[in-house]
Write a protein that binds this ligand. Structure first.
Ligand code: KIV
Ligand code: NA
Length: 266
């Protein structure tokens, strides 16, 4: 795979070609995902649940994230690596800079921060230091205790308007990418059209500029027996994991994933 850069990702949005992202926590899957054509590898703090067995992402530490980012970097063959800022590792601006430096030095090309408009100052300063930021909006799992569960966000009119305005404010602040989790399809479409930067979706419908899934979910591996609505098992009908990853890439590229049954329509 030719090396994926922020510039090439922007080119994909401009040409209307979907961006394919998948979570990745180790070298073997990094290598395999690249072979399948996955353009972005997300070292997600979802590793707290799928690798560590916690029931939320809150226990994940900065050192955990740096360790897995370094593992992914060693297996990477040209994909663009995004590392999650773990819970409270960006509580102050100083911490935000230090934590981001740790992740970038471990091998990330971009850091992802959960939040909304209040992230603007951090995003501006990180961009000034040469660190591209993806702002993760909508359902932000690190706030699960405040949100009262893993629920679709932006269903009410006022909430939807605020999410759109916040997305534009974060683009203004210098966010290089947005990620929308569990957002109704029409709102995610509106936001994707309102900003120049690529918008990646999970449970956000087919109209975002790209898609992401947790790799275990995409392979039909469930620890809890509960599968979220937006997940599809790409192992079905495939002989091996590489073929399943290729099927995921193809389905995102040809817009057959996510179908309406994997989306929240209102
Ligand atoms: O941690 C993660 O895997 C994520 C994705 C679900 C977007 O943030
Ligand atoms: Na995450």
């Amino acid at each position: 795979m030719p090396e994926v850069t922020l510039t090439s990702l922007y080119g994909l949005k401009q040409r209307g070609e979907k961006i394919v992202m998948l979570t990745c926590y180790d070298a073997t899957f990094a290598h395999l995902s690249c072979e399948a054509g996955v353009e972005m590898l997300l070292v997600g703090d979802s590793l707290g649940m799928v690798l560590q067995g916690h029931d939320s992402t809150l226990p994940v530490t900065l050192e955990d994230m740096a360790y897995h980012t370094a593992c992914v970097k060693r297996g990477n063959r040209g994909a663009f690596i995004v590392a999650d800022m773990p819970f409270m590792a960006n509580a102050t601006l100083d911490q935000t800079l230090n934590s981001s430096a740790r992740l970038m030095q471990a091998g990330a090309h971009m850091v992802k921060l959960e939040g909304s408009r209040w992230l603007a100052e951090s995003i501006r300063i990180l961009a000034e230091h040469g660190i591209p930021v993806c702002a993760h909006m909508g359902l932000t799992p690190q706030s699960v205790n405040l949100l009262g569960g893993y629920k679709v966000q932006g269903r009410q009119e006022a909430q939807a308007r605020k999410m759109l305005e916040d997305a534009q404010a974060l683009e203004q602040a210098g966010a290089a990418m947005l990620l929308l989790e569990c957002v109704p399809t029409p709102l995610a479409q509106q936001i994707s059209q309102a900003v120049q930067v690529p918008v990646i979706g999970i449970g956000a419908g087919v109209h975002t500029d790209g898609q992401v899934l947790v790799v275990q979910d995409a392979l039909g591996l469930s620890r809890t027996g509960h599968t979220p609505r937006f997940v599809k098992n790409f192992m079905q009908g495939q002989p091996d994991i590489l073929a399943a990853l290729k099927a995921y890439v193809a389905a995102v590229k040809d817009r057959s994933f996510p179908a309406p049954e994997q989306s929240f329509n209102a």
